[in-house]
Design a protein around this ligand. Structure first.
Ligand code: HEC
Length: 130
């Protein structure tokens, strides 16, 4: 019986620690769209302009308030799609740049985020970043 209690505690701790990890998947409770969801770059561009452009600039090339997303450090191997869902859902503590923190963007749901990611990946690809 004692070992069962101990095992439960270990499990809870394991889950709790995993939640903190930046690379944890949707298992951490991060809302992402269903696997079969088809994102669309045209929707993504409009949503980007509405919700992200203020800081990430026209065509995601950066502004005085935020970094460019069409940039080598945001290509899929460095910042997988999950880090975009994470940024939108939870905000970002400043770590790469000196613009300050990014707030969470509660007006953008996971499907809308998927459209935006599709658009950003399309532009990164067009710019020869990956
Ligand atoms: C109020 C300004 C602001 C808005 C609006 C904003 N961002 Fe950001 N974002 C930032 C800043 C500043 C950073 C850089 C933080 C740092 O220093 O690493 C950032 C970083 C990011 C990152 C990198 C995350 C990481 O793990 O390093 C992603 C992805 C991102 N933003 C996506 C978006 C998307 C998508 C939107 C629109 C839905 C958006 N941002 C809207 C300011 C903003």
């Amino acid at each position: 019986m004692k070992s069962l209690v101990l095992l439960s505690i270990v499990c809870v701790l394991f889950v709790a620690c995993n939640n903190q990890s930046k690379t944890s998947s949707d298992a951490s409770g991060l809302p992402i769209p269903p696997k079969d969801f088809v994102a669309n770059a045209i929707n993504g561009k409009a949503l980007y302009q509405q919700h992200c452009q203020l800081c990430h600039g026209k065509e995601a090339k950066g502004s005085r308030q935020g970094p460019p997303l069409i940039h080598k450090i945001y290509e899929p191997n460095h910042h997988a799609d999950l880090s975009f869902y994470m940024a939108v859902n939870r905000g970002v503590q400043s770590h790469h740049w000196k613009f300050g923190n990014m707030p969470a963007i509660p007006g953008v749901n996971p499907k809308q985020a998927a459209h935006i990611i599709r658009y950003i990946r399309q532009e990164q690809k067009a710019a020869g970043i990956f």
